[in-house]
Design a protein around this ligand. Structure first.
Ligand code: GLY
Length: 408
């Protein structure tokens, strides 16, 4: 088994709690309610924000027809719905619920279109079905008990399971299952798609979904993590023999660097899988990833877009910071009080949240979290709002504000 290095955490600050109270969290959430209400004037019904803003203003995108020029929107429309569900939980205002439930219908139509209309146009030929359905129809079911939302979630899980390759024990990330260039390629982001399978498994008469999920995360923890506890963004498996081939990147700086959001998907995703499987390996490895991440933060605790960059003036990626901060909470939640790192992770989470709240909260009412990076080498969404960065920042605040029943 690959046992990555557990670095000692260098930042002294993490030994103590920062000055950031629940009242402070509430103040930020109250500001976000105003931003979301402003965004709702533009984004309602089947009109969603694009994956990233341009000049800090989101353009619109639909959910039902995949426009190839908008390739990035195929996995991100759900984050706006997720924000609405979180707003509903925070305010109990029915208007957010009403809007989010309309989205559930749209996500149902999208999956029906896949089967009965145009597979390509439905934009579901990838593993991000988990990102699309956990925070829309799964959230709907968990919050309202809607049977239709449950049925849609199970349809989505079934579709996701078709990407499982038994020989390699992974879910293939992208492309047609016979695509030579994509066959056998898994990516660290999939850690957040997996919860859809755990969810569906609890409604199943056998444990096939659970086995797929567990096997995938096990393979991911074996090969996507390097010995120094940094991560590859993607890893290629031989689908004939099941043997590991090589790591590579898509959104990071280079094949050998450590893409910050990828590391964050690991820090958040492995403890989530621990919650479902109780496999200690996932917690141990998440600790290694977390320490590597925390040792490479600039002074303001908000990571640069790739951890190879450690200068104060390099480009931050606040979305990675928000995801990692949630991961630190999720990790700490599973650690016993006797484990000294439990408090360190909780404190580190608060330092990151405080910095995001004080330095990076949107000021033009058009989005929530500034200074995200979507795809640096693709020149897409650099120093912009990202709808998923917005979502995860709100989820982070809600987790700090109340006892939250996770959508994942
Ligand atoms: N899952 C794609 C991304 O993190 O940009």
């Amino acid at each position: 088994m690959n046992q990555p290095k557990l670095e000692e955490i260098k930042r002294e600050e993490f030994k103590t709690k920062p000055n950031f109270s629940k009242e402070d969290v509430k103040d930020v959430l109250d500001k976000i309610v105003k931003i979301v209400d402003h965004m709702l004037l533009k984004f309602h019904g089947d009109v969603f924000p694009r994956a990233c803003s341009k000049g800090y203003v989101y353009d619109t995108v639909g959910n039902l027809v995949w426009d190839e020029t908008n390739n990035e929107s195929i996995w991100t429309t759900s984050f706006w719905t997720g924000i609405l569900w979180l707003m509903y939980e925070y305010t109990h205002d029915e208007k957010y619920k009403k809007e989010a439930q309309l989205h559930s219908d749209s996500f149902r139509t999208r999956i029906e279109n896949y089967y009965h209309k145009d597979e390509q146009e439905a934009g579901l030929n990838h593993h991000d079905i988990g990102f699309l359905y956990c925070i829309t129809t799964v959230a709907d079911y968990k919050l309202t008990g809607s049977e239709k939302a449950l049925e849609t979630s199970l349809m989505a899980a079934k579709l996701l399971s078709k990407r499982y390759i038994d020989k390699a024990k992974i879910l293939q990330a992208w492309g047609d299952m016979n695509d030579e260039n994509q066959r056998g390629r898994m990516i660290i982001d999939c850690n957040l798609n997996i919860p859809l399978l755990y969810f569906a498994n609890s409604f199943s008469s056998n444990d096939t979904y659970y086995q797929m999920a567990y096997n995938h995360v096990k393979t991911a923890s074996e090969y996507l993590i390097r010995p120094d506890a940094s991560t590859f963004h993607t890893f290629h498996m031989d689908t004939e023999t099941g043997a590991p081939r090589f790591g590579s990147t898509h959104q990071g700086y280079s094949d050998n660097s450590c893409w910050a959001r990828g590391q964050a998907w690991g820090i958040m995703g492995f403890p989530i899988s621990y919650g479902y499987t109780k496999d200690e390996v996932f917690l141990d490895k998440a600790k290694c990833l977390a320490n590597y991440f925390l040792n490479r933060l600039p002074k303001d605790f908000v990571c640069n877009w790739d951890l190879i960059f450690q200068n104060e003036n390099d480009q931050r990626d606040t979305s990675a910071a928000a995801v990692a901060a949630i991961g630190l909470l999720e990790l700490a939640k599973h650690l016993p009080l006797t484990d000294a790192s439990k408090r360190v992770y909780e404190n580190a989470c608060l330092y990151i949240t405080k910095s995001l709240s004080e330095k990076y909260l949107g000021t033009n009412q058009e989005g929530i979290l500034k200074s995200g990076v979507y795809f640096y080498h693709g020149n897409l969404g650099i120093d912009e709002y990202l709808i998923f960065g917005d979502y995860f920042f709100v989820e982070l605040l809600i987790r700090l504000y109340k006892d939250w029943n996770s959508y994942w």
